[in-house]
Ligand binder design. Structure first.
Ligand code: NDP
Length: 461
């Protein structure tokens, strides 16, 4: 029986790594965790948490406008960027400190260093130079923003990571991409009063979401004042004498802005990690290939979270980490089920989605029904706010299982968490219909949709 320095060596102290390290240490394992940056990972340090706080900040401008219809005068409202940026940074530091405290409390050893895998059971700390052996290695290194190095002048642009630290708020920004990060940051900047343009190669934002949601959000973003350029990409970015950026698009349009931001996707953090040398198989995108227990082809090496490029969301990384710790350290073999994971996009209106899109459902099943409603929320009417909400259920037959729920409207991320329980539990449309409404709410629409939307291939009800 070989003697190892640790039972578990975790590389990366983000959502997945910290959860696995804590649970394994609490179960009695000797655990070490290495992190090159602050503890907390993308979610806490440069992702979900600071982004959501920025979204809250940007929501106020609409709230001030809405307030007038309810009798309030708020013409004095002024926004101060350094106050927001520094307060958010302070909160991020507080949370990072809590993560550290929890790791310490569980008895894990923290190495503030970059780690490289040397072989199936050995990890080396890059700065300290020390090497440690471990019975199990868990790779939880997350991902990083893709930077399009083929675009001339790309280095003049920022990414979401930089956006949290800007010295001053730009007056005009051009954001490349139409995914989660692009629409969320377009919403944030636009809400903070920045003249915002989105440029994307697709014809609608949010590829992968239900087509109705994509069309609805796209139209609402434009209606809110965000300029959206479709079917185009950035060709070149140049710096003007004023310090402004001149972006040339593939359609020939030239735009002068103060900042260009790239939100063109993220890539797994595997380069330079030593995984190939240790024999770990990576896929074409550089992600660690794992089985349902998050185990790589090397039996002593596992991976969880964005580095595996399965579903790149914080709660998924946490559940994968929990399943790993339960399987390896608590004697409870556990697989995380990646089906029906809900997600939310914090744009305006925000989106919540779980289960199959209409397109996916029609491709997989014969008798698919779609229930859809578009309405102006009660609060928006007095406010004079034209923004509408969309709710959509995708079901199997008229009374069968609810396969998907898609919402774009206020509180959609909160609603979808609850709807996800029903979808995951496999509840039927008949059971949704049997649920009494809560009035007056927007959510009641979810149990009041009685007539399916007509569709060519549909059998009569
Ligand atoms: P996404 O994959 O969501 O979107 C990437 C965007 O970049 C798409 O519009 C895509 O276009 C475009 N794109 C990619 N490559 C190119 C290229 N070479 N030229 C032009 N356009 C390109 O990535 P994000 O960076 O927005 O987010 C990364 C991931 O992080 C998300 O998928 C999600 O898993 C996670 N995330 C989750 C959040 C949440 O839960 N609220 C928030 C932020 C991130 P096309 O549509 O044509 O493919």
């Amino acid at each position: 029986m070989p003697h190892y320095n640790y039972d578990l060596f975790v590389i990366g102290a983000g959502s997945g790594g910290v959860r696995a390290a804590r649970l394994a240490a609490k179960a009695g394992a000797r655990v070490a965790i290495a992190e090159d940056d602050r503890i907390g990972g993308t979610c806490v340090i440069r992702g979900c948490v600071p982004k959501k706080l920025f979204v809250y900040a940007s929501d106020f401008s609409q709230a001030f406008r809405d307030a007038k219809g309810f009798g309030w005068s708020v013409d004095w409202a002024r926004f101060d960027w350094p106050t927001l940026r520094d307060n958010v940074e302070a909160e991020v530091s507080r949370l990072s400190g809590l993560y550290r405290k929890n790791l310490d409390g569980a008895g894990a050893t923290i190495f503030e260093d970059r780690a490289t895998v040397i072989d199936a059971n050995t990890v080396r700390l890059n700065r300290a130079g020390a090497a440690y052996t471990a019975e199990r290695i868990l790779v939880a290194t997350g991902g990083h923003t893709y930077r399009p190095t083929d675009i001339k002048g790309h280095e003049l642009g920022i990414t979401s990571t930089d956006a949290f630290k800007l010295d001053k708020l730009p007056t005009r920004i051009l954001i490349a991409g139409g995914g989660y990060i692009a629409v969320e940051f377009a919403t944030v900047f636009s809400g903070l009063g920045v003249e915002t343009t989105l440029v994307m190669r697709a014809d609608k934002v949010l590829r992968g979401f239900d087509a109705d949601v994509r069309a609805h959000v796209h139209a609402e973003l434009e209606q809110s004042g965000i300029k959206v350029v479709t079917g185009a990409t950035i060709r070149e970015v140049a710096e003007l004498a004023s310090g402004a950026r001149l972006a040339t698009l593939s359609n020939g349009v030239r735009l002068e802005v103060d900042q260009v931001m790239f939100a063109l996707g993220r890539q797994p953090n595997t380069p330079g990690l030593g995984l190939e040398a240790a024999g770990v198989k990576l896929n074409a995108r550089g992600a660690v290939e794992v089985d349902q227990f998050s185990r790589s082809n090397v039996p002593s090496i596992w991976a969880v979270g964005d580095v595996t490029d399965r579903i790149n969301l914080t709660p998924v990384a946490i559940r994968e980490a929990q399943a790993f710790a339960a399987t390896e350290f608590m004697g409870e073999p556990t697989m995380f089920d990646h089906a029906d994971v809900a997600s939310a996009v914090f744009c305006r209106p925000p989106v919540g989605a779980v289960g199959l899109t209409e397109e996916e459902a029609r491709a997989a099943h014969k008798d698919v029904r779609v229930y859809r409603t578009v309405f102006r929320p009660m609060k928006h009417i007095l406010a004079g706010n034209p923004q509408k909400s969309l709710m959509k259920l995708v079901t199997l037959g008229a009374k069968g299982r609810v396969l998907g729920v898609h919402i774009a409207g206020p509180e959609a991320p909160e609603l979808i968490q609850v709807a996800a329980i029903a979808v995951k539990a496999g509840l039927t449309k008949a059971q949704w219909d049997a649920t009494c409404a809560v009035h007056p709410t927007a959510a009641e629409e979810l149990v009041l949709m009685s007539e399916p939307v007509p569709h060519d291939n549909e059998a009569p009800a």
